[in-house]
Structures are given as structure tokens and as C-alpha cells.
Design a protein around this ligand. Structure first.
Ligand code: ZN
Ligand code: ZN
Length: 258
């Protein structure tokens, strides 16, 4: 059985857990050590049991807590060469660097990174798979991307669960309090996915196969859960049993894949 959970999701910190058998990995850690430990224990995970922290990019809401977590609990860190080049806190017990086109395994998990357009040094996102033949399950993760390229679409095809960024509603961003330069950044080609951009990925997607469709990285300033949900429902033509939003504070409780 493969399952996932989120410790939190949004610009104040992100961390996602994926577990298959005895292999457990964390994707990103944007929380300080105390907060990370508390959030892990909340869902029953001993920090020292993590096989790896996989990093997507160097922005603080993804990377800020990685160094201290890795040192305190001796967790190996995985990141792209580019992310490592700009990391301010790289003294960790074990480090693996990779190209975002290079696939690898950790325990029983197949890790498939893919590059994304975002204003960071060498950002990537992940598809993580486990099992063989008909029992193989794929979990797609996509956040922090300004747009969706054909390669990203190809990588994310045929997933059984999807964690998909719905960062902002373009109208709320436009009329909101951000300074003009930040509005341009967030809404730009290397910024964040709007509800509509995320929904466009799902138009024509094999949605029937998805057991979970979790909307992530919602801006507390420039979005509302009901707007993100409505955009996605419009794209997939109605309700979906596995559709919900991850929360900045509560994250997402364990979600299992059958
Ligand atoms: Zn982010
Ligand atoms: Zn970012």
C-alpha cells in the first residue's frame, strides 16, 4: 500500500510525505525543526524514520527546514545540482545531487523528477511510483510552476493521485494587495499556477483513474478554496470523490491508494 500526507501547504511552508511499506520520504521541508517534528508526530511519523528528503527548489517555503532536519535526524538530502549550488545551508550528513531528467530509486519507491518553469536555479517536481504490473501506483506532484509544458504533461499522465498547485485566482491577484512587481512574478511564466492553469491540465486528463486529487499551495491572499475547487470542477465536468484542498496549517491527513 502506498499513501501520502502533507504537513502543510502554501507560501508559509510545504512538506509532503510518501510512504510505501517501510520506505518513507519527505518532499520539501519549509518548516523549522520544532514545527516539522510536531507536524510529523501529529500524523504518527518518527522523524528519524525518513529515508530521504527530496527537495524541489531553494525557496524558503520548501527548503528552509531541510538542513536542520537532515542534521538532527541524519536524513539524506536529494536535490538538483542547481539547487545545491545556491543552497545556503549545505552541511548535511548525506547529500545526493541529480539532474532533473534522471530517475532513481529510494527503497521501494521509484523517483521520477521533472524540470518545471519557476524562478529558481534548477527547480524540479516529482512523480513517485511503487509496485509492479497492475499493482503499480503513481503519485504526481506539481507546485511552483509558472506554466505547464508538454514535458510536464507527459510526466504527469496516468497518475493515480495528484497533488496539484492552484496558487491564485487571477482576478484576486489583480485587485489584491501585492506590489505590481510581485503580481507580475506570481502570475508570470516562471511564477505559480493559477486555478485556471491547473484546471487546464485536467481537461482531457484521465480523471477516472485518480483516487485523490488534492489542490495545493493555495495563496491565502490571492485565492479561496471554493474558487480553486470550482475551477477544477468546471474542467473535469462535475464532482470528483477524491477532490479536496490541502491546508497551510492542517496540511492533509494520510490518503491511501487502493
Ligand atoms: Zn512554494
Ligand atoms: Zn517557489
Amino acid at each position: 500500500m502506498i499513501r501520502f500526507a502533507m504537513l502543510g501547504s502554501g507560501s508559509k511552508g510545504n512538506a509532503t510525505l510518501i510512504e510505501h511499506g517501510t520506505t518513507r520520504v519527505l518532499i520539501d521541508c519549509g518548516f523549522n525543526l520544532k514545527e516539522t517534528e510536531a507536524r510529523l508526530l501529529r500524523i504518527g511519523v518518527e522523524p528519524g524514520s525518513l529515508a530521504a528528503v527530496l527537495v524541489t527548489h531553494e525557496h524558503g517555503d520548501h527548503l528552509a527546514g531541510v538542513g536542520r532536519l537532515a542534521r538532527r535526524h541524519r536524513v539524506p538530502v536529494y536535490m538538483t545540482y542547481g539547487t545545491h549550488r545556491v543552497w545556503q545551508d549545505p552541511e548535511v550528513p548525506a547529500l545526493v545531487r541529480f539532474s532533473p531528467h534522471q530517475q532513481f530509486t529510494i527503497g521501494s519507491l521509484a523517483i521520477e523528477p521533472y524540470p518545471v518553469p519557476h524562478d529558481a536555479e534548477e527547480p524540479c517536481q516529482y512523480v513517485i511510483a511503487a509496485g509492479n504490473g497492475a499493482a503499480r501506483r503513481r503519485i504526481g506532484i506539481l507546485s511552483d510552476a509558472g506554466h505547464i509544458s508538454p514535458h510536464m504533461r507527459a510526466m504527469l499522465a496516468g497518475c493515480d493521485a495528484l497533488m496539484l498547485e492552484c496558487n491564485h485566482d487571477p482576478e484576486l491577484l489583480r485587485v489584491g494587495p501585492y506590489p505590481p512587481s510581485l503580481k507580475l512574478r506570481v502570475g508570470g511564466e516562471r511564477g505559480h499556477l493559477s486555478n485556471e492553469q491547473a484546471a487546464a491540465l485536467l481537461a482531457g486528463y484521465e480523471v477516472e483513474r485518480l483516487q485523490h486529487l488534492v489542490l495545493t499551495h493555495l495563496s491565502e491572499t490571492n485565492n479561496r478554496p471554493q474558487l480553486a475547487l470550482a475551477a477544477v470542477r468546471a474542467a473535469i465536468g462535475g464532482e470528483h470523490a477524491g477532490l479536496r484542498c490541502a491546508h497551510q496549517e492542517q496540511g492533509l491527513d494520510w490518503a491511501e491508494l487502493a
